[in-house]
Design a protein around this ligand. Structure first.
Ligand SMILES: [Zn+2]
Ligand SMILES: [Zn+2]
Length: 146
């Protein structure tokens, strides 16, 4: 598994090693990269990928997303709203999730907890972690105050 797969070429190479990167799957990857900081759902990926590959079906998108997730190219993110979101594996980061408007903010802070975990449970190899902080963004906090 790659520690990170930040660009399309790396992802293409990895995917081609493991399976056939069909033009449909290529369009899906491209869509994910275009929406990298938006944590799209499968339906949102489908809408964007269809612009590059109009005959694409939603079922193909679901299957491809599952496959990419299995390869470690993608991660699934559960933002607590019952919809699974996807993001390219571009290294460890954390999410701030607003309970008011549903926006997801990506943060990259070195977390003491992860260091502690590594030293304390050194026989467990961590390849992925998903830390979510729930609360209210500034906009929603201002709205509540009114
Ligand atoms: Zn908000
Ligand atoms: Zn993220």
């Amino acid at each position: 598994m790659p520690a990170s797969a930040g660009n399309l070429d790396e992802i293409r190479q990895l995917t081609e090693k493991e399976c056939r990167l069909t033009p449909q799957r290529g369009a899906i990857l491209q869509a994910l990269l275009e929406m990298e900081d938006r944590h799209p759902t499968a339906e949102e990926v489908y809408q964007v990928a269809r612009r590059n590959w109009p005959s694409l079906g939603l079922a193909t998108v679901y299957r491809a997303l599952d496959m990419f997730a299995g390869l470690g190219v993608l991660y699934r993110l559960d933002a607590g709203d019952g919809r699974i979101r996807y993001e390219i594996n571009d290294g460890p980061h954390q999410h701030l999730i607003c309970l008011g408007c549903g926006r997801i903010f990506e943060i990259r802070e070195p977390l003491e907890l992860e260091g502690l975990l590594k030293s304390k449970y050194s026989d467990f190899e961590v390849t992925y972690s998903s830390i979510r902080f729930f609360g209210y963004c500034q906009d929603c906090r201002l709205k509540k105050q009114r």
